[in-house]
Design a protein around this ligand. Structure first.
Ligand code: RP5
Length: 182
């Protein structure tokens, strides 16, 4: 169920840094039941040293909170949003309708889901003009990597950290290849 964050540990950032600075990434999800998936995004952002905040925003149970969150996101300094949801996963699309910040959607294979296909379809077919950058099912790690890549467009430290992250992945594959040769 959990993404293997050990396989994608990000070098180049302090591992245990608390998110005390002004957050620039907002992680939101429809339910506490999504947290076991979405925490992988928080873990990776922390490793990259990117300040974030994380909270629940339900499009169906707290719709006014969702509008307020999305409308205030840019004003309070957020630059990218990561939104996860399962079942009728309307959160990323609706948040995207209320902000011009980039929204990365994480479809979640929740207990309500039809094996996650419902969540995926709820996010990917956005009308032209209001995109949600949808990553793979339960892949909050990729959402965090994509957010980091967006922030790295004009941030040399993050660009360097991403290079090291890629190098770490390559090293793991090369080590496995060596082990298989034995
Ligand atoms: C969605 O419904 C949430 O994102 C969650 O994935 C799913 C189930 O929510 P709970 O019934 O577990 O609160 O809105």
């Amino acid at each position: 169920m959990f993404p293997d964050t050990s396989a994608t540990a990000a070098p180049g950032g302090p591992d245990d840094r608390p998110a005390t600075e002004t957050p620039i990434v907002g992680i939101i999800m429809g339910s506490k039941s999504d947290l076991k998936i979405m925490s992988a995004a928080a873990d990776l952002l922390r490793q990259f040293g990117i300040p974030y905040d994380i909270t629940l925003v339900s499009p169906h149970r707290t719709p006014h909170r969702m509008v307020e969150y999305a409308e205030n996101a840019r004003k309070r300094g957020l630059r990218v949003l990561i939104a996860g949801g399962g079942g009728a996963a309307h959160l990323p699309g609706m948040v995207a309708a209320f902000t011009t910040l980039p929204v990365i959607g994480v479809p979640i294979n929740s207990t309500l889901s039809i094996q996650g296909l419902d969540s995926i379809l709820s996010m990917i077919q956005m009308p032209a003009g209001t995109p949600v950058a949808t990553v793979g099912l339960d892949n909050a790690t990729n959402a965090a990597v994509l957010a980091t890549q967006m922030l790295a467009i004009n941030n040399a430290r993050l660009a360097d950290a991403l290079e090291k992250y890629r190098a770490t992945m390559k090293d793991r594959v090369m080590r496995t290849i060596e082990e298989l040769r034995k």
